[in-house]
Design a protein around this ligand. Structure first.
Ligand code: G6P
Length: 624
């Protein structure tokens, strides 16, 4: 949510900043801007409402020069989407430019204080501008007579620290000042910020994908870190001014990995990556000899694992839906009472937790503010809290007591796809591990391992259904919405199918347990509102069949996903039948979700939606 890129080096800053913004556009895309200082100490700014492409156009008309600058792509929180509200924002002197990700909660108080001190030069409605003014004021007060550059840098750093100490809220920031050449400051609290370490050049970014084309050496900043960045060096200190050690890590992926290749959209690429990503989620984690899973990252001894008596799974959006599959999985395989909580609710409510409770936070990005809040609340209460994350260096991954990485590679499409199937596979591994320490026999463990190992090939088979699903999407392109139904392991898949549909087609969509149809939803059934049933040939197939009959009796079109003998029984009932490979109940969700990802995708393309950047959404929601 909101992307930040900063550069200080020898190269022209503007193309690097624009390139970085393009790679971060999935984080926010309602407006964009940059500020670069030229050799005459002039701050040149270009910003506009709209996509990065609009900013790039503006830059062609009105180019800027200079080798240090900051830039931003916005997802609005405070203030409308206008040119004025786009970042960077400036201090009262107009010499300091600041970009910000997060929310300054006490900005009204700070703004009133600045106004009563005589500052009337506010140009936007944003919380960010208030921070820029505060830092600028503190800097100007301390630096009035300073001419020497090292001293100016020291004053600037002090001003940033002093201002941030007054801030309530969250921030990842990068700023420059036209009087302080080749110098940039970054700081974070609650919003991610990473320093890219180059040769004779350094970078700041809210996500390494922005800078991985230039350097793979990165320092992931911690909350309350402030970093002063020159061309040749950087220094990280705390808000209180203490310096400490920081590790330079190698970024796991390359710029190649975040290219779209021949695919029309990142989402489609990521859907088709699933045979590989599912394999990577299990790699080295299956033990066919002991018929169990090996998950060393949990950092728990066998007695500690055995003592777990209750599990809470928490997350947001798609990650929460994976958790809902996990609830069925863990209870079925390990017989441990498992609950799923919205992270945003869990963090504020007083969920009674018993001594033997284990909490898992699930998050692709590892930066979602509510999920991070849930993690912190759980740890504050003294509970062991583990993460299931994709982004290795993310805040959630770093603050957890242990966890399991997805290793799914960067996910760029705003609608999560491959991360979901990886999360479900990892939750199956967790169920298997706990199950084998309790009631699951070697034979059952072995069967689960075989079904998991068969998944990548079965996913290849499901992906071959893409053309059939595209035809279905074309046929139903003028519907007013879609309902999704499933039972047991496939009830959460109905929720996820509806979420995908809403996110990228903007059609009305809801997911429900099939049996709930009778309790209200049936009133909605009509010919222009198809029902998608996830009804594999399993123990509840006949129950799903009843519900399908109920929809058909009311002239509702039915799209059915089924397997095995299901197709022959549905022949006269369903308008469309999509046949999945046969698989045991516990791994079926990994297969059954894929046609729904494809259905949403093809329908969105048919409706000419912006698949990778759906309106109003952001990939990683780092505000509450
Ligand atoms: C946003 C995205 C969703 C995603 C959710 C959780 O709402 O639009 O696609 O599922 O955040 O993201 P996380 O990174 O925590 O998995």
């Amino acid at each position: 949510m909101c992307g930040i890129v900063g550069y200080v080096g020898r190269a022209k800053a503007a193309p690097i900043l624009l390139d970085g913004l393009r790679r971060l556009e999935y984080r926010g895309y309602d407006s964009a801007g940059l500020a670069v200082v030229n050799g005459r100490h002039e701050l040149q700014t270009r910003k506009c409402a709209g996509r990065i492409a609009a900013l790039a156009k503006l830059m062609v008309k009105k180019p800027v020069s200079g080798s240090f600058g900051v830039s931003h792509t916005r997802w609005a929180t405070h203030g409308k989407v206008t040119n004025e509200n786009a970042h960077p924002h400036f201090d009262a002197s107009g010499k300091l430019a600041l970009v910000h990700n997060g929310v300054i909660e006490n900005y009204q108080t700070l703004r009133e204080e600045l106004i009563s001190g005589g500052d009337t030069n506010f140009r936007s409605e944003t919380d960010t501008e208030v921070l820029a003014h505060l830092i600028g004021k503190l800097y100007d007060e301390s630096c009035a007579t300073t001419v020497d550059t090292p001293q100016k840098k020291a004053h600037m750093l002090e001003a940033v620290r002093a201002a941030l100490q007054r801030v309530i809220g969250t921030y990842g920031i990068a700023l420059i000042h036209s009087d302080v050449p080749e110098f940039m400051i970054g700081a974070r609290r609650g919003s991610p910020l990473v320093l890219g370490v180059g040769k004779g050049e350094n970078f700041l970014a809210s996500d390494v994908s922005a800078i991985v084309a230039y350097t793979r050496d990165a320092v992931y900043l911690n909350d309350f870190d402030v970093v002063a960045v020159d061309r040749e060096k950087f220094e990280i200190s705390s808000l209180a001014g203490e310096t400490g050690d920081h590790q330079v890590s190698k970024v796991e992926f390359t710029a190649e990995d975040i290219k779209k290749g021949d695919y029309a959209h990142y989402m489609l690429k990521e859907i088709f990556e699933q045979p590989g990503t599912v394999r990577d989620a299990m790699r080295g984690r299956l033990s066919p000899e002991e018929c169990t899973a090996r998950l060393g990252g949990l950092n728990m001894t066998p007695p500690q694992l055995r003592d777990v008596g209750r599990i809470i799974l928490t997350g947001c959006g798609t990650a929460l839906h994976a958790g809902r599959v996990g609830e069925y999985l863990i209870e079925a395989l390990a017989n441990i009472p498992t609950e799923v909580e919205y992270a945003s609710e869990f963090r504020h409510r007083n969920t009674p937790l018993t001594r033997e409770t284990l909490v898992f936070t699930i998050s692709q990005s590892g930066e979602t503010a509510d999920t991070l809040g849930a993690l912190r609340e759980s740890r504050r209460k003294g509970f062991r809290t583990l993460g299931i994350c994709n982004n290795v260096a993310s805040t959630i991954a770093r603050e957890s007591d242990g966890g399991v990485y997805m290793h799914a590679g960067p996910e760029i499409g705003v609608a999560a796809t491959k991360s979901f199937t990886s999360q479900v596979v990892i939750l199956t591994l967790i169920g298997l591990l706990f199950g084998r320490m309790r009631t699951l026999s070697t034979a059952e463990g072995s069967r689960i391992i075989e079904s998991l190992e068969a998944l990548p090939e079965q996913i290849e088979t499901v992906l071959k259904l893409s053309d059939q699903i595209k035809e279905i999407a074309k046929k139903y392109a003028d519907v007013t919405g879609m309902l999704f139904f499933g039972r047991q392991f496939n009830f959460p898949i109905a929720l996820e199918g509806a979420l995908k549909m809403k996110e990228i087609t903007y059609l009305f969509a809801e997911g429900h347990p099939s049996a709930e149809l009778k309790h209200g939803i049936i009133a909605l059934i009509r010919p222009d509102l198809p029902s998608v049933f996830i009804a594999p040939d399993d123990g509840v197939f006949s129950k799903n069949l009843n519900n399908i009959e109920q929809v058909k009796a009311r002239k509702g079109p039915v799209i059915a996903l089924t397997s095995g003998n299901g197709a022959s029984q549905l022949k006269t009932l369903a308008n469309e039948i999509v046949t999945l490979p046969e698989a045991p109940d516990c791994v079926m969700p990994v297969l059954s979700v894929i046609p729904l990802q494809l259905l949403a995708y093809h329908l969105a393309v048919e409706l000419r939606r912006d698949v990778d950047k759906p309106r109003n959404l952001a990939k990683s929601v780092t505000v509450e």
